[in-house]
Design a protein around this ligand. Structure first.
Ligand SMILES: [Fe+2]
Ligand SMILES: [Fe+2]
Length: 194
């Protein structure tokens, strides 16, 4: 498996300006897409090689990414992006945001069904059902990718235009502090809060 692992360290500083909270959020979308591809590669690997060291490492990375970074990303949006959209007075924006909020619930529900299987693979056990994963992973992947596409095309541009400079500073600080409290790598959010 050569696809890059989901990581917290792959964010370059944008040229000519300090890192902003939205850079962290955009980077997280990239990491989610990478992790979703990694899931599919893992299933191919399991089919050919079973649970070996490489499969365990990949499953461990996927498990910790969706338990940690991906959930924090949803919280970032729910605390800092969605309220601004819901209070925008724009009915279409409000409706769209409520749908995205509901998506977070579906994504969490799907992930909680998948998580024990990835945890089992990470621990070197064979308590997983490849047939079930072959059906469930593409559904999870499609749901997440549609969600990200909608955010990037409809919500993020609006949020970037509406969230004031001084709010961005507080947003970055809250994101960094929350990650520190939870023992996650706060690097990107720290740089955005500086
Ligand atoms: Fe989202
Ligand atoms: Fe998102």
């Amino acid at each position: 498996m050569t696809t890059p692992q989901p990581s917290n360290d792959a964010l370059p500083t944008p040229r000519g300006r300090p890192l902003q909270p939205f850079d962290v959020m955009d980077a997280c979308h990239q990491q989610i897409v990478t992790a979703l591809h990694q899931m599919v590669h893992l299933l191919d690997h399991l089919e050919q090689h079973g649970v070996d060291g490489q499969a365990q490492e990949t499953a461990r990375n996927i498990f910790s990414f969706f338990m940690g970074t991906a959930r924090e990303h949803h919280l970032d949006e729910e605390r800092h992006i969605f309220p601004t959209m819901i209070n925008s007075g724009d009915a279409q924006l409000m409706e769209l945001t409520l749908r995205l909020q509901q998506d977070h619930g579906w994504i969490e529900e799907d992930w909680l069904e998948l998580a024990p299987q990835f945890e089992s693979i990470a621990a070197g056990y064979h308590w997983f059902n490849l047939e079930h994963l072959r059906l469930a992973v593409p559904v999870f992947q499609a749901l997440y990718q549609d969600h990200i596409a909608l955010e990037e095309s409809m919500i993020y541009p609006q949020a970037k235009a509406r969230i004031a400079e001084w709010d961005l500073h507080g947003m970055g600080r809250e994101m960094a502090q929350r990650r520190k409290r939870r023992g996650l790598n706060p690097d990107q959010a720290d740089r955005a809060a500086a």
